[in-house]
Ligand binder design. Structure first.
Ligand code: G1P
Ligand code: ZN
Length: 543
């Protein structure tokens, strides 16, 4: 077996977005595309000779091929050992768990998260550091810079490694250990939550339905819910991971997880429903005929955290991404703990968790997690809810309504306009910025604009500054509108509008969010001139 040094030309478009590099599968299949990026990672992270790497992906189309390439490149770049999930598969939170548990130098995760898969779908790759979390912006910028200059990559000439049986093999002098992707993760969950109480809840007739969306969490959910918690086998649906997610869009929200939504809103509905995304880091929580917004879910988990054994001593602080509603802030205030507002993307939470400043983190985009790993964690959130339900023995809806009665309700919605012409979408953002001066103090319908800005964040731990993280318009009554361009799409541009209003009056808490936010939605469209500029008369997805 010999190491081959392959000459290559740099690509100009390998800039990692909100969560790693995401492109069409066909782009990654192009000559040298994957190899260039992997070499750029290895050149940037300066791993010591003989270091250990974790490796796995969400099992989507091209996962297997990419794993083999990365293994051979790791062997040629001086790594001593790679821990790889069986079949090349690890959920994103499980990969984070493996990096931390086995103290590897870092890990490479192959995923395009909730984006569709298959030969015409999306693929993605990202590097996670030794804390188990997505590389910070400083590192991703260095990888991008390297990708624009890389002129050769190193790869071992070797046959493919067998990945379907547990155990150790070698690739040149590098060891490859195929690990059980589920066991370490399930053990970690069992150490955090009261499995006996949840087992009791389920044995008492409480009915659950978990939709794995034919994505990576199927085997994890089966092990945890069925084998360890005693749920009937039929409670986990779409449990077989498929490379194209069965043709679906593996994003757990009211639009794409509609099969589950129909069950929970149908006759004889179960008590609790949940779903996770392509790589297992997102979650959706449903009660019987009731949807819990991710922002509320974070707040409810924070307010009830001490009910779970792993959090019984309390939480140090909470962090939420800027567009996420301020529901969690109210809980933090009541608990007298700090609440941090970060840019969108889990990579901004890592420093806060490492410094012990926060325990819980969340994003409005169906992401919730804690410092047990350094990724958001879908099944963790589901188990947290089950633990709360096992102790409180109330329907999901009552728990949320009681929460609103105590803290007030942050009425919230996000409207996404997907697949827009990039130039037109950027034009909307430029137009909004040009209106800042006119908007400040302006009266629009019954609202008065308090101020507007383009969100900028200074990391309180390392002092790094991230600018241009979303346009915010604040109103004097505490409501706000946020506009942001997505950093995960692979086709055109996606513009997101985030709408939030605070309602203290519990007689108005029953209102549908779209109704309660109708004025703000109209104002957002008027101020941004969006419909005219991008030629759309309705959003693609409303969450
Ligand atoms: C989206 C979400 C963001 C999340 C990311 C990865 O990014 O909005 O909260 O961290 O996916 O799951 P966006 O496409 O908005 O850049
Ligand atoms: Zn994901």
């Amino acid at each position: 077996m010999s190491i081959r040094t392959v000459p290559t030309q740099p690509f100009t478009d390998q800039k990692p977005g909100t969560s790693g590099l995401r492109k069409k599968v066909t782009v990654f299949q192009g000559p040298h595309y994957l190899e260039n990026f992997v070499q750029s990672i290895f050149d940037s992270i300066a791993a010591p000779q003989g270091a250990t790497l974790a490796l796995g992906g969400d099992g989507r189309y091209y996962n297997r091929e990419a794993i083999q390439v990365i293994l051979k490149m790791a062997a040629a770049n001086g790594f001593g050992k790679v821990l790889v999930g069986r079949g090349g598969i690890l959920s994103t939170p499980a990969a984070s768990c493996v990096i931390r548990k086995y103290q590897t130098f870092g890990g490479i995760i192959l995923s395009a998260s909730h984006n569709p898969g298959g030969p015409d779908g999306d693929f993605g790759i990202k590097f996670n550091s030794s804390n188990g979390g997505p590389a910070t912006e400083t590192v991703t910028e260095a990888i991008f810079a390297r990708s624009k200059a890389v002129s050769e990559y190193r790869i071992l000439d070797a046959p493919d490694v067998a990945l379907d049986a547990l155990g150790e093999t070698t690739l040149g002098v590098m060891r490859v250990q195929v690990i059980d992707p589920v066991r370490d993760y399930a053990d970690l969950m069992e150490s955090l939550f009261d499995f006996a109480a949840i087992r009791n809840l389920l044995a008492g007739g409480f009915r659950l339905k978990f939709d794995a969306m034919h994505a990576v969490t199927g085997p994890y959910a089966r092990e945890i819910f069925i084998n360890r918690l005693g749920a009937p086998a039929g409670d986990v649906i779409k449990a077989v991971p498929l490379p194209d997610f069965g043709g679906g869009h593996p994003d757990p929200n009211l639009t794409y997880a509609h099969d589950l939504v129909e069950v929970l809103y149908g006759d004889n509905a179960p008590d609790f429903g949940a779903a996770s995304d392509g790589d297992g880091d997102r979650n959706m929580i449903l009660g019987r005929k009731f949807f819990v917004t991710p922002s509320d879910s974070l707040a409810v988990i924070a307010a009830n955290a001490t009910l779970a054994p792993g959090y019984k001593k309390g939480i140090a602080g909470i962090a939420r991404s800027m567009p996420t509603s301020a529901a969690a802030d109210r809980v933090a205030q009541a608990l007298n703990i700090p609440c941090f507002e970060t840019p969108t993307g889990w990579k901004f939470f890592g420093n806060l968790m490492d410094a012990g400043k926060v325990t819980l983190c969340g994003e409005e985009s169906f992401g919730t997690g804690s410092d047990h790993v350094r990724e958001k964690d879908g099944l963790w959130a589901v188990l947290f809810w089950l633990n709360i339900l096992a102790v409180r023995r109330q329907p999901v809806e009552n728990i949320v309504r009681e929460h609103w009665a105590k803290y007030g309700r942050n009425v919230y919605s996000r409207h996404d306009y997907e697949g827009l012409p990039t130039e037109a979408a950027q034009g909307v953002m430029r137009h909004l910025k040009s209106c800042f001066d006119d908007l400040a103090g302006a009266r629009i319908e019954k609202y008065t604009v308090k101020c507007c800005d383009d969100f900028s964040y200074t990391d309180p731990v390392d002092g790094s500054v991230s600018k241009g993280q979303g346009i915010r318009i604040f109103f004097t009554d505490g409501s706000r509108i946020v506009f942001r361009l997505s950093g995960t799409g692979t086709e055109g541009a996606t513009l997101r509008i985030y709408l939030e209003a605070y309602e203290a009056d519990s007689s108005r808490h029953h209102l549908d969010a779209q109704v309660a936010l109708a004025d703000l939605i109209r104002i957002a469209l008027q101020v941004s001139e969006l419909e005219l500029r991008v030629m759309r008369d309705k959003p693609t997805v409303i969450t």
